[in-house]
Design a protein around this ligand. Sequence first.
Ligand code: UDP
Length: 329
Amino acid sequence: MDGNVQTTYLVTGGAGFIGSHLVEALLRRGDKIIILDNLASGSQGNVPSARDVRFVHGSVLDAAIVDELVRECDVVVHLAAAVGVKMIMEKPLRSLITNIRGTEAVIEAALCHRKKILVASTSEIYGKNASGPLSEDADRILGSPAVVRWSYSTAKAVDEILANAFHRERGLETIVVRLFNTVGPRQSPAYGMVIPRLVHQALRDEELTVYGDGTQTRCFAHVHDVVDALVRLLGEPNAIGQTFNIGSNEEVTILELAKQIGEMCGSNAGVRMVPYHEAYEPGFEDMMRRVPDTSKLRGLTGWVPQRNLRDILTDTISAARQEGSVLAP
Ligand code: UDP
């Protein structure tokens, strides 16, 4: 809450993985929340039943609902998107439409009602730029538009450009965040993200699938740290009109990650190397390295991640065990 005033946030995608953790953090501060979610990848079970939370089952493509909810709130946090490389590869057209038209509808409503808006973008923006820590102004290096993966990066770049143009030309208060790999409880293994998948496999003593040669690296941030960064930026007037990376800079190869998960879960099944063309499709292009430079975020808000990879894995594994035990007969 800002002082004694209760702020109402519209969180699109608020029933999803990151959205639901943000909703909980805002609730703890005493804010009110309206969630708009079509439950495509989110889940009703993620929505807290609290007086200050209102859940609307609907799509960001529905301009009338979006307009009505934006009018009712004070601040918009636009997280709703088709996410995950697997989902993008399987449903490229739906992903494009959601990520471009949906964001356009939400930003236009924010302009119409003069509401501050935070727009979630992605580290996919940087494409194959595998140089050291990537600062917000690093180059984008993309393959051919015929490679489906790059359509996600392109759609999110359109979202960012729209947000920036509305800020510069119409005075809309915007904040753009580029989320790097984010992990934690409630992230479903169904959308292809590596940690929930490997944990799911390890807990069932199945072989851990490592794509390519496993030398590609990523940095994984705990969702609670990512939410902390979002909350700090939302409360920082100097964040307006700017773009921020959010992510960890603890770099790990996917092969090392798989071994660590196998050990922590007590799995004996070992690792199975899967060529990219089998895991995705012929011509698939991966990023070999993706490390954020988060000095801009730290400089403005003092944010540093509080949890390391081991903490993240401990938390994720214990949440997956609990979910598994709930599912067990
Ligand atoms: N990956 C893997 N095994 C899996 C799923 C993913 O080796 O079962 C790899 C994937 O090819 C990529 C990395 O893990 O190199 C991270 O994949 P994820 O989809 O989680 O995120 P992103 O590619 O968007 O960073």
